[in-house]
Design a protein around this ligand. Sequence first.
Ligand code: CP
Length: 311
Amino acid sequence: MQNFKGRDIIDINDFSKEELLFILKTAKKFDPQFVKSDRSNYTIAQGKIAGLLFFEQSTRTEQSFRSAAQKIGMGIIGFNDPQSTSIHKGESFSDTIRIMDSYADCLIIRHPKAGAAKEAAEIALIPVINAGDGPNQHPTQTMLDLYTMLKEAGKLDGITVALMGDLKYGRTVHALSLALSLFKIKQIFIAHPTLAMPEEFLKILVQRGVEYEQFDKLPDNLQADFLYQTRVQKERFQDLNEYKKVKDKFILDATFKKFLDRGIKLMHPLPRVNEITPQLDTHPNAIYFAQARNGLYVREALLGLILGRLT
Ligand code: CP
């Protein structure tokens, strides 16, 4: 039994393996693959209000939180264009948080600045969920990635996960690699040398006794349960010429079908640009759209847990 009532969800590293497994188990209660009817879920958080503060663009995270909140009976307030609020007139970040704190029962915040969600949590009295703070963290993405792997493989301990693409700048792969390191999971890193997994993360894996391998191109004989592809983060490059040199190095096109046929499941946090061609979308082992859908169940569970409406 875990108690998440009133808890902020800021950094994936704040969660133990047991806590993560509890969240994933709770998410199953909202997944139609495991429960026949979710009609009873509509009253779980009736009377509660979610405050969505999206200072930066989003499709999946914002819309799935909106959907998750309503599916468990919550009302929604908030914004996704800060210029439509009094921030436009010069109101500060901290005043905005204090005001939203008095109108809602939990806050869900996306912000381009690393540390903004933590700052909001220090100001707000109600629980705060980090929906992505710049290059730093996106913990609910990591949780839905873990949920997807558990659902597809039936287990986490004993699987092998390959992470590919922009391993230098991608917040998603950094957080995912650390979360995977809590389990007995072999990790494989595939990236152009200029976008390799940073040493600081590899050192943690060594300290935790995690088995890992690195490649500078996709190995033909890749042995993995999942390949997690990522977008090259154009916005993080100081020199656009450097971006242009690497942006098309790791595109997965129709030739990747043979890997999918062998049983490797292809994941991606989305949005994609060109790193997975749509020819792969219909393959049963291309699971990135199912992965995004799983975000709904994980977010329903998290909202119910932090509001103390689920145990
Ligand atoms: N994966 C993800 O966070 O997508 P959005 O930016 O669309 O929310």
